[in-house]
Write a protein that binds this ligand. Structure first.
Ligand code: BGC
Length: 722
């Protein structure tokens, strides 16, 4: 397609149509019925046939119907782009991103993203609003479930893996024309994960140093991995909402990061500039967003109503409009839409792809690899020979374990814990008792007696607790991050009735459960595990598979510790005693400063021993590489997988540095009683940071490297950078 010729032939209104995105409902209904939603966003009637992209739709049939009607009406026959939030699966749902972060396994993320791309593309999706590369340290924020955790390095790897997986990127090729791929849109640029007080959409207060050092790298990694689109954040950073923030959008995104793909606003975010109070009216909002590089306006009509006038007034140039339109047309061309506006979509193929049994196998593998074993006094794994199993709690038979962004996933198709246990233990007698609800304010204890009776009559108890899935995700922030309702009280009663009780948690945010940690014999954190959650939980509990995930996020003891991260800088007055309050030190009167469970923590049924950590030389010279050697042994009778983590600390620098920062991680599977020697490479680039003058450099001096997990070094060595 000669895109230049096409652009030349377009009227200004047609161009602006390409820069406008609307939800599918506007195109599906009769003209009269669509009037309501169209008027709600203020879109002029004559613009509707010119709109260039669609957000959300039900299935292949609907997509084809919308595209067909559009092509019939459009003078230039420019296909529409179809976009959707394909976040952790499409019809087959894999674990929420926070859980995927805990796998610390980018290749698993790549595989799951490929699977989701295949299903979504078969339904007619062209662009997914993923990866979300926001970094979060605050469990109150409901969207923490969409992050891959709190660590910049882990987020970089997970973000890249999603871009590669969705876009079908192999070593040297990205083929967006393939009917199995989607274009990826990295979001929310930038800093959205740091909303104040964990309240969604709130303002962000971040220094340039923190933004550059811990927030930008994951977005940049996604852009470098080839993400074709970037979405702006709702939040104001340094007083300006992202979509109107020239420093973020022009200086950082375009100039420094070199992003030349399509920029899209978040939902209604351009109109919301007037609500933020930085634009007097919609026309000013359109000017601010467009002149800061936002190409497509999602679900408001500032561009449709005002861009043309802004060009006529000489405020915006037609050349800039042309450049924005060209970026959109190029993406359409790259996706092959000018050759096949339907990208091989047909409803029969859609169904076959979305119900491919191989996808369920991968979803189960992912759920198994993302569950974190938080506590085990030795009762797990349960024997498969048990005769009576009691399943207790609001998640015992609950299908609602897909997680907030479960796209076209169907709850009734998810495997419950009960179904998982029954499939694994066909001869066991399984009883299930709900015991209580799991919503805030639910104080009903009338089910406790039945739960206690079932527990006392069983050989083993699986106590399935958690938050409803709509307690996390967009807009769903909480000030209390404990288990809702009377679930902790239920747990105490059940554990007292039968000490062979394993607690299984389903939740989208870290939960502060200090009492449960004390009383429960074992705790398995499933997060929201997706379609195969119940089978994965059963296989983990009964030892068919060995837990291997590590926390990608710090779990606080109580909400008052938020925001919290393992990657803190030393204060001038760090606490010097392990427990209790220390006057005039950086700590709390009424709570420890340590988390309930730290970043990088997670148990296994195997026992791994870190035998030795050695430096090949104790000096790293610029341009060279230093090798650190670690001997790891599996000191148990079970094969298992360990995620080896290496952390670094710069002991003296021109600005304060984190007391520990993840520098390297790798997953190693070891047969029983085997050992392996691992080489951990350290390069100058691993030691860089933004110095006092905001230059990205490594400063000569002494560094400490340790292996273990956050705040828990097993072995440490020191070396010098010269
Ligand atoms: C969310 C985005 C999402 C968009 C489209 C917004 O409200 O913040 O993450 O991609 O809606 O659904």
């Amino acid at each position: 397609m000669d895109l230049n010729a096409l652009l030349q032939s377009m009227t200004m209104k047609e161009k602006i149509g390409q820069l406008t995105q609307c939800t599918a409902e506007l195109f599906l209904q009769t003209d009269a019925a669509a009037t309501g939603p169209r008027e709600a966003i203020g879109l002029p009637k004559e613009m509707l046939p010119l709109v260039g992209s669609v957000l959300n739709f039900a299935n292949a049939e609907e997509m084809c119907a919308i595209q067909r009607a559009h092509l019939e009406a459009d003078r230039l026959k420019i296909p529409m782009l179809f976009m959707m939030d394909v976040i952790h699966g499409y019809r087959t749902i894999f674990p929420i991103p926070l859980a995927m972060g805990c796998s610390m396994d980018p290749s698993l993320m790549d595989d799951c993203s490929q699977m989701a791309a295949k299903e979504a593309a078969a339904s007619g999706v062209h662009v997914t609003f993923t990866p979300m590369a926001d970094q979060c340290r605050d469990a109150r924020w409901g969207r923490i479930m969409e992050t891959t955790g709190e660590d910049p390095l882990l987020n970089e790897w997970m973000g890249k893996a999603q871009v590669w997986g969705f876009q079908g990127t192999t070593r040297d090729n990205t083929d967006l024309r393939s009917p199995d791929t989607l274009a990826a849109c990295v979001k929310h640029f930038a800093g959205y994960g740091a909303v104040e007080a964990g309240r969604d959409y709130n303002t962000v207060e971040l220094s340039e140093r923190t933004l550059r050092e811990t927030h930008f790298p994951a977005y940049k990694a996604c852009i470098d991995a080839g993400a074709r689109m970037v979405m702006t954040s709702f939040s104001a950073v340094d007083g300006l909402p992202a979509v109107a923030n020239p420093w973020l959008m022009k200086t950082v995104l375009k100039e420094e990061m070199g992003f030349d793909g399509v920029v899209i606003s978040d939902y209604d975010a351009i109109r919301e500039l007037t609500v933020h109070g930085v634009a007097a009216d919609l026309k000013e909002a359109a000017r601010l967003a467009f002149s800061n590089g936002c190409d497509i306006e999602m679900c408001s009509a500032a561009y449709a109503l005002h861009l043309e006038a802004l060009v006529n007034d000489g405020v915006l140039s037609e050349a800039d409009i042309d450049n924005a339109v060209m970026r959109v047309l190029r993406l359409k061309e790259e996706l092959g839409l000018f050759d096949d506006p339907y990208r091989a979509v047909d409803p029969q193929r859609e169904d076959a792809v979305c119900t491919d049994p191989a996808h369920r196998v991968l979803a189960r593998e992912a759920a198994e690899k993302t569950a974190v074993l938080l506590k085990n006094n030795g009762i797990l794994p349960f024997s498969k020979e048990v005769k009576r199993v009691a399943l207790i709690g609001p998640f015992a038979e609950n299908h609602a374990i897909l997680g907030f962004w479960s796209c076209r996933g169907r709850e009734e198709e998810s495997v419950t814990v009960r179904q998982g246990v029954e499939a694994l233990l066909p001869y066991a007698e399984v009883t299930a008792v709900r015991g209580c609800g799991n919503t805030v304010g639910d104080v009903d204890r009338s089910g406790f007696d039945e739960a206690v009776k079932a527990a006392s009559e069983a050989d083993v108890v699986i106590l399935c607790l958690g938050e409803p899935s709509h307690y996390s995700g967009e807009g769903n922030s909480r000030v209390d991050i404990a288990l809702p309702g009377v679930q902790e009280a239920l747990a105490e009663a059940v554990i007292e009735a039968n000490p062979q009780t394993a607690v299984v948690l389903f939740n989208g945010r870290p939960l502060a459960v200090p009492r449960l940690k004390e009383t429960a014999p074992a705790i398995l954190e499933m997060w929201f595990p997706g379609s195969e959650g119940g089978s994965a939980a059963a296989r983990l509990l009964f030892g068919e598979v060995n837990p291997s995930a590590k926390l990608a996020v710090t779990v606080p003891r109580c909400v008052g510790q938020c925001p919290i991260s393992y990657r803190y800088a030393s204060t001038g007055r760090p606490k010097t005693i392990a427990h209790g309050y220390q006057p005039f030190r950086s700590n709390y009167l009424d709570e420890e400063i340590t988390p309930l469970w730290p970043f990088g923590y997670g148990l296994s049924y195997s026992r791994f021993v870190y035998e030795s950590l050695r430096l090949e030389t104790d000096t790293l010279r610029c341009g060279e590489r230093l090798m650190v050697t670690l001997v790891l042994r599996n000191d148990s009778d079970r094969e298992g997988t360990e995620t080896v983590q290496a952390y670094i600390r710069d002991l003296h620098a021109s600005v304060t540095r984190p007391t520990q920062q993840l520098m390297w991680f790798s997953k190693v599977t070891l047969p029983p009683h085997q050992r392996i020697t691992l080489k951990i490479p350290v390069e100058e680039s691993d030691l860089c940071f933004f110095d006092r003058e905001m230059r990205y450099v490594a400063e000569a001096g002494t560094f400490e490297l340790f292996v273990g997990y956050a705040d828990h070094p097993v072995h440490a060595v020191q070396f010098r950078l010269e």
